[in-house]
Structure formats: C-alpha cells, structure tokens
Ligand binder design. Sequence first.
Ligand code: ADP
Ligand code: MG
Length: 207
Amino acid sequence: MGLILKNVRIALGGEELLALDCAIEPGSVLTVMGPSGSGKSTLLSYIAGFFGAPFTADGSVLLNGADITEMEPEKRHVGLLFQDPMLFPHLSVGGNLLFGMPSDVSGRRVRAEEALTRFGLKGFADRDPATLSGGQASRVALLRLLLSEPRAALLDEPFSKLDRHLRDDIRRFTFERLREAGLPSILVTHDPEDAEAAGGPVLELAL
Ligand code: ADP
Ligand code: MG
C-alpha cells in the first residue's frame, strides 16, 4: 500500500533533471524541497499523469500496488492542491464539491453539506467562491480534494500565498485531514516550517 516511486528519473531535453526512489506510506507526507527550477512541479505532473515533451522519464509509479505509470490522469485517483485554490468560479462552493465527487455516492449533497460543517464552513454551500477569504477558499479546495476520494494527494506549495497567521492553522488542519484519510502525500515547499509540520521525510532536490 502507499505510493512508490521506483527508480524514477526525469530528464529535460535529454539532461537529467532529477532521480528518486522512494516509498510513501498511507497517511504519511514526503516533503520535497529544492530551488526554483529543480523540477518539483514536474515531478508532481509526472505522478499525476500530466507530463510530456520536452520532458522524458523512466521508472514507475505504483499506487496501492497498481502500476499507474501509463494510466490516464483521471484513472489514477491522484488529488492535487496548488498555491491557488483554483475553485471553479462559475460554480457555487457546493457545486465545486459535487464536481469532484464520484457519481455513485448516494446523498452527495447531504455529504457535501456535512463535510462543510466539519470544516467550519456550515451554510457555505450556496456561496460564490469569489466571496471567500483566503483561508476559507483553501479549506474548500482541500475538501473538494478529499471528497473526490483520491488514493494519494500531491500538494504544490499550497500554503505559500496565505497570510502568516493563517498558514499555521491551515497547514495543521491540512496534514491532520490527510493523515486521517490515510493518504500517501507529497508536499512541495520552500518553507522549512511546512516540512516540519508535515512530519515526514524530507527530500532535497538539487538544481
Ligand atoms: P520547480 O517547480 O522546482 O520550480 P519545475 O518543475 O517547474 O521546477 O521546472 C523544472 C525545469 O523545467 C525548469 O528549468 C523549468 O524552466 C523547466 N520547464 C518547466 N516546464 C517546461 C516546459 N513546458 N518546457 C520547457 N521547460 C520547462
Ligand atoms: Mg514549481
């Protein structure tokens, strides 16, 4: 179980960008650090399946025992969180949550509303995402990810745009929820405090 990167090597224009071999247990977070341009976001794209020229790769990605290296992105069940919450602006908060939920889940709307309440967002289902504070939007993005029932989570500097006073709370909240969901996760960050809060192994990529 978990996420295994087996002898993964990524090259850009024929030059090796990064190489790694690691296993991430369910409920644990691997933090990937490294200077801008070292290939952190590229690594996440590779795992999520959004990858192509001018990049090439070899090695394999195993998720809960299945080889997903060549799978279509939507079949991998890998959830992503970015610096920007990227909520769909034309959908309400509730619509954003329903969008990612598997269609065979019964009582989807009720489940989404209960989840909002658990996340301190009771009654937010009809809100326009544009009216949310930064912290609220982050929580909705995390909730959308979790409700989509991913098997792994990839986080690309998700806290870097938040105000300092919010950052501590949101990151603690995020790591608790990921652990609770038992997801193997990768966090890309520049902030050593993020790495510490993630509480897992740290990998440094070189430029
Ligand atoms: P990081 O997230 O660590 O800052 P990236 O993974 O975004 O780094 O980028 C790694 C390298 O690949 C950088 O040198 C970047 O300029 C280059 N790069 C990213 N996307 C492309 C692309 N579509 N075409 C060519 N080079 C790219
Ligand atoms: Mg990046």
